[in-house]
Design a protein around this ligand. Structure first.
Ligand code: S3P
Length: 179
């Protein structure tokens, strides 16, 4: 068994990764890390500014570097990742090799509703009207599902109970130990 446990929350923008991650960390008494916030701290500026000034490719490199730093921490942690994190480079492998991943699955309509009603500035969806935003969410979700679905645990993002999540995490570990 690895000495420290690392739990990664993955899923599309607006699926509630940070909210669930914070609650789960509090429940397990683990440290909570928001990968987007870590990237902003590292860069000294906001994610929209990184996208605007240096481009998405640069952001993805920073994202992977920050993910690696977080993975190297010798602590029990719950990490909420960015919506694209598992979908670039070999990040999903890095995540699954260093801990347990949980995919918060949600339908396009729920994601669009939540993204439209959110105050978070998301560069990939900005300046799009409702229809164009829906098309973009559909396209991205189709591309990304193959990565999200490699998660060790998949749950309905609209119906999350932290105790059930904890039971799933420990159930998975028990199975692993029995192998
Ligand atoms: C992104 C999602 C964002 C942030 C960046 C890119 C993506 O995080 O990392 O804007 O590619 O889906 P959230 O999923 O927390 O919005």
């Amino acid at each position: 068994m690895k000495p420290f446990q690392k739990i990664f929350i993955i899923g599309f923008m607006g699926s509630g990764k940070s909210t669930v991650g914070k609650k789960l960390a509090r429940f397990l008494n683990f440290r909570f890390i928001d990968l987007d916030r870590e990237i902003e701290l590292e860069a000294g500026c906001s994610i929209p500014k990184i996208f605007g000034e240096s481009g998405e490719e640069y952001f993805r490199k920073m994202e992977q570097e920050t993910l690696c730093k977080v993975i190297s921490l010798q602590e029990n942690i719950v990490v909420s990742t960015g919506g694209g994190t598992p979908c670039y480079f070999d990040n999903i492998k890095l995540i699954n090799n260093s801990g347990i991943s949980i995919y918060l699955k949600m339908e396009v309509s729920a994601l669009c509703h939540r993204v439209q009603n959110s105050t978070v500035n998301r560069p990939l969806l900005k300046d799009l009207d409702e229809e164009a935003q829906k098309t973009k969410v559909e396209e991205l979700l189709t591309e990304r599902s193959v990565f999200y679905e490699q998660a060790g645990i998949m749950v309905n993002g609209l119906d999350i109970k932290i105790i059930e999540l904890r039971n799933k995490i420990y159930g998975l570990r028990r199975d692993e130990n029995n192998e």
